[in-house]
Write a protein that binds this ligand. Structure first.
Ligand code: AMP
Length: 312
């Protein structure tokens, strides 16, 4: 059967309440798969696999429909949608979770529609590693699988997490999660250990300080786009990964150069996402704004490289 989407994305869907030092927004659309699909939708046809309750607002669903996200893999289950609330400290880097109400997410079992199972690209967003393994049992040998995770799963189910990471081409996680997983402080040593688990690529995110892509042979450094305004960093990593996978799927490639290019697309898409809460900025972002910022960013990097060549 022909796949109906180029990229399938599995993850959480939440109704979030978020407090920053200057603003509080209640009951807004969130969740890893929501951010990731929104970002991917700028580049490719992405399908969402997640669960919502019967209380899920129609206007939230419309946001996804307007972004042409395929919703065949979205389950609606009797009960309340997953709720999460968090508060950011002054520097916007540290975040405290105030409450987590799993609701219908507690019994979620991701089932991929038949037409998603042969999608060439798969992004396993942040959910329980046993569920990520369950997704891998359903797919027909995707050519590229990216997996994301969080500190919670490293702490409570490292065994399943290690197993599922070993079946993926690329792992993405935050600096602190890489340190927690490996017990190594330097990212070089942490990445080496993570590469030993099986993936060819390890992408370590450093928030506003950019990201690093490790392979057995080399490292690629990517700075973050310098922003004027940062309103809400929630979902930045999911937006980055979703944009990256969308751009990679659009290229049809899986090689290192294509991944480096896709990282730039992911990072710039995320830079727009954090300018406002929820999907507020992404839902009115157009391709020309994205392309313009990508061009501006590449120019910033080009000058830096030319400068270092001159000094050599
Ligand atoms: P991030 O900023 O990457 O941590 O992603 C934030 C999103 O993750 C929020 O929109 C939440 O709805 C969602 N979220 C929070 N806690 C969890 C959890 N335990 N499992 C899955 N998703 C979560």
């Amino acid at each position: 059967m022909q796949p109906s989407v180029d990229l399938a994305i599995v993850g959480s869907i939440g109704i979030d309440t978020i407090e920053t030092p200057t603003e509080k927004q209640e009951e807004i659309l969130g969740g890893s798969v929501s951010y990731a699909c929104a970002a991917a939708s700028f580049y490719t046809h992405a399908g969402m696999v997640g669960v919502v309750g019967t209380d899920f607002p129609t206007e939230f669903r419309k946001i996804w429909e307007n972004m042409s996200i395929d919703l065949e893999g979205l389950q609606t289950v009797e009960g309340k949608t997953f709720r999460w609330s968090g508060v950011y400290e002054e520097n916007m880097d540290n975040r405290r979770t105030l409450s987590t109400d799993l609701n219908v997410f507690e019994t979620f079992s991701p089932e991929l529609p038949v037409a998603y199972r042969s999608a060439p690209y798969l992004f396993l967003g942040n959910i329980h590693p046993a569920l990520q393994l369950h997704v891998l049992e359903q797919v027909h040998d995707p050519k590229f699988i990216l997996i994301d995770t969080m500190d919670l799963w490293i702490n409570i189910d490292k065994e399943n997490l290690t197993q599922v990471i070993g079946k993926c081409h690329m792992l993405t996680l935050n600096e602190s999660e890489a340190q927690l997983f490996t017990g190594e402080f330097t990212l070089n040593k942490a990445a080496k250990q993570l590469l030993e688990l099986g993936p060819e690529y390890v992408l370590i995110k450093k928030g506003g300080n950019g990201s690093m892509l490790f392979t057995k042979d080399d490292i690629f450094l990517l700075h973050a786009y310098p922003l004027d305004d940062l309103k809400d960093p929630t979902g930045a990593g999911d937006t980055f990964a979703g944009g990256l996978m969308g751009a990679l799927a659009a290229s049809g490639k899986t090689d290192k150069e294509a991944i480096r290019q896709a990282m730039i697309h992911g990072s710039i898409t995320a830079s727009f996402g954090v300018e406002e809460f929820s999907l507020d900025r992404l839902k009115r972002l157009d391709r020309s704004e994205l392309e313009a910022r990508i061009g501006e960013f590449k120019e910033m990097c080009r000058i830096a490289c030319a400068d270092s060549e001159e000094r050599m």
